[in-house]
Design a protein. Structure first.
Length: 362
């Protein structure tokens, strides 16, 4: 009897140690949230980066989700994600209003977002890679009204003001999604739209010339974001309810089912993997209106299982999502997304850009 008691006591101690060793799941709080761009048009498919002591947000502007679009940009006044260049309350814009003798009660709208690229074809979206000296923009080009993917162009800037002429890269008929850098090498997932359909991992040393690393999966998959773990493992989150994992040199992949996330975004904040994307409100209900949400999840880096955290605020619960997550330190992150009216093919709609500051409490 005494032996059994000692054994049970030892087992309880081991269980206590195991529980203590398990990383505590953080609580994710919204520190701040607000609408940062609205001009009555459809603004979405965005990316946010911090580069040379400023924050930049790039997005597509059109009359509707499925009409010809252009890439526009706003930036912060300094190295904090506030006082955007389009805001009438940004110090420079406010001073200009006063100097011009215009009313500040109420204050007039601020400047429009700057056009970065606009051609006869549809600039569907632009993903951005910020290096120490140069910022690259990868523009996915469609042919309207068929919405056929022509390919992906690269443009770049060394000062955030002037951009190079666009140049097609890699292969015709493919698009990419949110490039990442790890140990000096740039990586991105290519949606290969030509037959056979597939998603491929590409790598580059210079941001312009890309080469294939591996095929992640065959099939009509799209919009796949990447996140590197502390041990070098690579996780890829695809729109069509698949999450993949690979170890260096990223030639072989395992997969697991996951929530269907339109325009997924994934990032590691400290040791926590945050994932966001468009979801059906019925699957993750809240008290807001409409059928769609921009959802936020935590993905366990070991099991790849998802835990729903919250839905971000919505005006209409319609055409929403395509977020971007930018870590700022080990316990905070920026989450930007668009929120729009319900989609109707060919009908002009409004979509606005929202930005939240998230704080992780452990």
């Amino acid at each position: 009897m005494k032996t059994i008691s000692i054994f049970l006591l030892a087992l309880a101690s081991l269980q206590s140690l195991a529980l203590a060793a398990e990383p505590k799941k953080p609580t994710v709080l919204i520190e701040k949230v607000g609408k940062i761009y609205s001009d009555g048009k459809w603004n979405g498919r965005l990316t946010i980066v911090n580069w040379k002591a400023k924050y930049y947000i790039f997005f597509r502007t059109a009359m509707a989700h499925d009409q010809d679009g252009a890439i526009r940009m706003i930036h912060s006044a300094g190295n904090r994600p506030r006082f955007w260049s389009s805001s009438p309350y940004a110090p420079a814009n406010y001073r200009a209003t006063i100097k011009a003798g215009k009313s500040v009660d109420p204050i007039a709208p601020g400047p429009s977002a700057k056009v970065i690229i606009d051609s006869k074809d549809d600039e569907s979206e632009m993903h951005v890679l910020a290096t120490s000296k140069r910022m690259f923009g990868y523009v996915v080009v469609l042919k309207q009204p068929t919405e056929r993917v022509v390919g992906t162009q690269v443009i770049y800037t060394d000062d955030g003001k002037t951009w190079s002429k666009p140049k097609y890269i890699y292969k015709p008929g493919w698009s990419l999604w949110k490039p990442r850098t790890y140990k000096g090498v740039h990586y991105v997932v290519a949606d290969v739209m030509t037959k056979p359909r597939r998603i491929e991992l590409l790598s580059s040393r210079d941001g312009i010339n890309w080469k294939k690393v591996s095929t992640i999966r065959d099939g009509p998959l799209t919009e796949t974001d990447l996140v590197f773990l502390e041990n070098g493992d690579l996780i890829a989150v695809a729109r069509q309810a698949h999450t993949f994992r690979s170890k260096p040199p990223y030639k072989k992949w395992t997969e697991i089912g996951s929530p269907h996330l339109g325009g997924p975004a994934v990032a590691r904040v400290g040791k926590t993997v945050l994932v966001s994307g468009r979801i059906a409100a019925g699957n993750f209900p809240d008290e807001q209106i409409g059928e769609r949400r921009n959802g936020l999840f935590i993905c366990d880096p070991n099991t790849l299982k998802y835990k729903w955290v919250m839905n971000m605020p919505t005006q209409w619960g319609g055409d929403v999502g395509y977020p971007h997550i930018l870590p700022i330190g080990n316990n905070r992150a920026l989450l930007a997304w668009y929120d729009g009216q319900h989609y109707q093919k060919g009908v002009p709609k409004q979509a606005d850009i929202f930005l939240a500051v998230l704080r992780l409490v452990r």
